[in-house]
Design a protein around this ligand. Structure first.
Ligand SMILES: C[S@@+](CC[C@H](N)C(=O)[O-])C[C@H]1O[C@@H](n2cnc3c(N)ncnc32)[C@H](O)[C@@H]1O
Length: 221
C-alpha cells in the first residue's frame, strides 16, 4: 500500500482542485452554506456526472438531497427522460432545492422531492426499479439505506455512498465512534457482496461506488 508521500499528496490535491465547476453551482453551494448543509465536493460532483454519462440512468433515487448540488449535477447531464426521486427530511433544505431547480430551468416533473425521513419512504419504492441510488444522508441509518439501495437497484444499477471517508475518520482503525463503525460496516456490506463490483474513489469526502453485476457474470474478480 503506498504511503502518503508529499508527491502523492500534491497529485491528490491537484485532482481535487483541477475540477472546474460552472458558475451557477457556486450560488447553490452558497445557499447550502447559509443553511449549514454539507454538499458533495467538486471532485465527487464531477465523478457523479461522469457516472451518469456512462450509465445513462432513467430513474435515480437520492437519499438526503440537501439543497440539491448533487441532484442538479445529475439532472444537468441527463436528457429529459431521467426522473429523480429526491428524499430530504428537512423542509428548508427541500425548499432551497426546489428554488435551485427553478433557477436552473429544470422542469419540476423531472424531480420528485419527498420531504420525509428516508426510513419512512424507501420501503414504498419498487424493487429493482432504479438505475442509480445516491446515499448522502449521514451515517446514522446507513446500513438500512445500503440494504434498501441493494433492493432498489436493478442489474447494471449503480449504488453510490458519498462521505465514505466519514470526515476522514474511516482509515483510522482506533476510531470507534458510531458514524465511523456504521460507515465501515455499510461499505463492507457492499464490498463483500459477490453480486456487486465496488470501488472507493478518493474524492475529498470519499465516493464509494458499487455496480450490480449481471446474474450470469458469476463471482466478481
Ligand atoms: C450531506 S447533506 C446532502 C447533500 C447533497 N447530497 C448534496 O450533495 O447536495 C445531508 C442531507 O440529508 C438530510 N437528511 C438527514 N437525515 C435524513 C433522513 N433520515 N432522511 C432524509 N434526509 C435526511 C439532511 O437534512 C441533509 O440535507
Amino acid at each position: 500500500m503506498p504511503s502518503m508521500n508529499p508527491e502523492l499528496f500534491a497529485s491528490w490535491t491537484y485532482t481535487q482542485t483541477h475540477v472546474n465547476e460552472p458558475e451557477h453551482v457556486a450560488a447553490v453551494r452558497e445557499r447550502a452554506e447559509d443553511l449549514g448543509v454539507r454538499c458533495i465536493d467538486p471532485a465527487g460532483r464531477s465523478m457523479l456526472q461522469m457516472l451518469c454519462t456512462l450509465r445513462q440512468p432513467r430513474n435515480i433515487v437520492e437519499i438526503g438531497s440537501g439543497v440539491g448540488v448533487a441532484s442538479l449535477a445529475m439532472l444537468e447531464v441527463m436528457g429529459s427522460s431521467v426522473t429523480l426521486t429526491a428524499i430530504e427530511s428537512d423542509l428548508e433544505h427541500a425548499n432551497a432545492m426546489r428554488q435551485g431547480l427553478r433557477d436552473s430551468g429544470i422542469p419540476s416533473a423531472r424531480a420528485r422531492i419527498i420531504n420525509e425521513r428516508a426510513e419512512n419512504v424507501l420501503s414504498r419504492l419498487a424493487d429493482h426499479a432504479y438505475d442509480m441510488v445516491l446515499i448522502d444522508a449521514g451515517a446514522e441509518q446507513l446500513l438500512e439505506y445500503v440494504a434498501e439501495a441493494k433492493r432498489l437497484a436493478g442489474t447494471g444499477g449503480v449504488i453510490i455512498v458519498n462521505n465514505a471517508f466519514d470526515e476522514h475518520r474511516l482509515a483510522k482503525p482506533a476510531i470507534r465512534r458510531n458514524s465511523t463503525v456504521m460507515t465501515r460496516d455499510a461499505l463492507r456490506m457492499l464490498r463483500e457482496d459477490p453480486r456487486l463490483q465496488t470501488h472507493l474513489f478518493p474524492t475529498e469526502q470519499g465516493l464509494f461506488v458499487a455496480t450490480v453485476l449481471p446474474a450470469k457474470a458469476g463471482v466478481k474478480r
